[in-house]
Design a protein around this ligand. Structure first.
Ligand SMILES: Nc1nc2c(ncn2[C@@H]2O[C@H](COP(=O)(O)OP(=O)(O)OP(=O)(O)O)[C@@H](O)[C@H]2O)c(=O)[nH]1
Ligand SMILES: [Mg+2]
Length: 443
């Protein structure tokens, strides 16, 4: 878990690359039947490539698993085949992330999604569409198409996932009270524990899992002593890590001869650091009740006193009394969570209308930009004459030639679309990629 500089939160982040599956190619095929010299076209469509989604789940609490899997690739769609057989679709992949994961575009840093709710999904990269088989290009005037579409390429993109871990509960106590022991007994965190003061030097974070996927995150910080706010002991710098917690758990060694005084000292140190601590719900927890002397003391002298806040008696070592404590904490945390107003970040999942293209002037012609135009080009098999003719019709339909004419395109102008280069003449464009030209040069 990474802890960033002066940040008050624990931040977990991971860079991840996703490649969606390519669509399968459509197939060119003609039916073969006995006694029928030439059957109709029956080439099936290619299958769609698999997409990749992020999905929030309450079952995860960190991004650690993703750190070992930096590149995910969804399966491709299968190619179509004769007899109108569609290629199988590539299966979608779903990557589980903890609730609260923010998904950013790695390049721009822009927030694309904020997955808060359990099972909330975000489509991260879309699988390529399968190409249509030749059977789909039949029309009343066009009976024997000898071309098919190629599959569309799957999207590929890099993301930065970010998880802000705000501890729900902050442990406060003198050195040696048993804070780290309590953390290790209720979570899988493995903090250093020893019977000398100031064992904990840096904050530890752990996640408590209660039945029914309920969780509480807890932060264990170094012990605080009187004068910490003036720099005594390890100072008070660590308090920033529990400034945003929802509940404060004061842990007191029941062997402490003056627990009220200790609590007062702790509260004073917190207050001296920041007034926010005054507002937080608190719980006083008396620890080490496995020691008989402490147990008796708790029952005779402590339990029946009037305290400002709820108190509990536990043994962090044996676990006695910990369950009801956690349940109470969970309820306080839940209430605090419900009272928090969170501003939902709008997620762009709606369909946005996009003009098929835009045209820009270039010194020797025009550049056409637009996803839809680019997509049809990408799915065209330029080796196939009929496929190219079909492309002309699609582009005509999209209004590309009308628009070029309006932009005063002349015969011989170059038209750039993505990596492709065409030569314009009236209402046709012919492909003239640099790749193609280079090939010619070498021949
Ligand atoms: N008998 C008994 N000993 C405990 C209990 N909890 C903690 N201890 C002991 O108390 C000592 C200090 O425990 P830690 O968990 O390191 O205390 P801490 O509050 O994290 O101390 P700092 O990190 O120095 O602030 C260790 O020797 C623990 O074994 C308990 O419930 N019963
Ligand atoms: Mg400790």
């Amino acid at each position: 878990m990474k802890q960033q500089g002066k940040n008050r939160l624990f931040i977990d982040e991971v860079r991840i690359k996703l490649t969606a599956g390519d669509g399968g190619n459509g197939c060119v095929s003609f039916r073969r039947e006995k006694y029928v010299p030439k059957g109709g076209p029956d080439g099936g469509d290619g299958g769609n490539g698999g997409s990749i989604y992020f999905q929030a789940t309450t079952k995860l609490h960190t991004l650690i698993d993703l750190k070992y899997h930096a590149h995910w690739i969804a399966p491709k769609g299968m190619h179509g085949s004769g007899n109108n057989r569609h290629g199988k679709n590539g299966k979608d992949l779903i990557i589980s992330v903890p609730c609260g994961t923010i998904i950013r575009d790695w390049e721009s840093g822009e927030i694309l999604a904020d997955l808060k709710e359990n099972e909330q999904q975000f489509l991260a990269v879309k699988g390529g569409k399968g190409g249509k088989g030749n059977a789909r290009f039949v029309s009343s005037t066009y009976q024997t198409p000898r071309f098919a579409e190629k599959g569309e390429k799957g999207e590929e993109k890099e993301f930065l996932l970010e998880l802000k871990l705000i501890a729900d509960v902050g442990f406060v106590g003198l050195p040696n009270a048993g804070k780290s022991t309590l953390l290790s007994s209720i979570t899988s965190a493995k903090p250093k524990i020893a019977d000398y003061p100031f064992t904990t030097l840096t904050p530890n974070l752990g996640v408590v899992s209660l039945p029914g996927y309920r969780t509480i995150t807890v932060a264990d910080i170094p012990g605080i002593i009187e004068g910490a706010s003036e720099g005594k002991g390890l100072g008070h710098d660590f308090l920033k890590h529990i400034e945003r917690t929802r509940v404060l758990l004061f842990l007191i060694d029941t062997g402490d001869p003056e627990p009220e005084n200790t609590i007062e000292i702790l509260e004073h140190e917190l207050e001296a650091y920041s007034p926010v601590f005054n507002e937080k719900p608190k719980i006083y927890v008396f620890n080490k009740l496995d020691i008989t002397e402490n147990y008796n003391r708790f029952n005779k002298k402590i339990k029946n006193k009037k305290w400002k806040v709820p108190i509990f008696g536990i043994s962090a070592v044996t676990g006695k009394g910990v369950k009801p404590l956690l349940n109470t904490i969970f309820h306080i945390v839940e209430e605090a969570r419900n009272n928090e107003k969170d501003e939902p970040i709008p997620i762009e999942t709606r369909y946005v209308y996009e003009a098929p293209f835009k045209i820009y002037k270039e010194p020797d012609g025009f550049r056409v930009e637009g996803k839809r135009v680019f997509r049809v080009l990408q799915m065209t098999d330029f080796e196939n004459e009929e496929a190219v003719q079909y492309l002309q019709r699609v582009l005509t339909h999209m209004g590309l030639f009308r628009a070029l004419k309006r932009a005063k395109a002349k015969d011989g102008d170059l038209i750039y679309i993505g990596d492709y280069e065409f030569t314009y003449s009236g209402d046709i464009i012919s492909k003239d990629t640099s790749e193609y030209r280079n090939k010619k040069k070498h021949e």
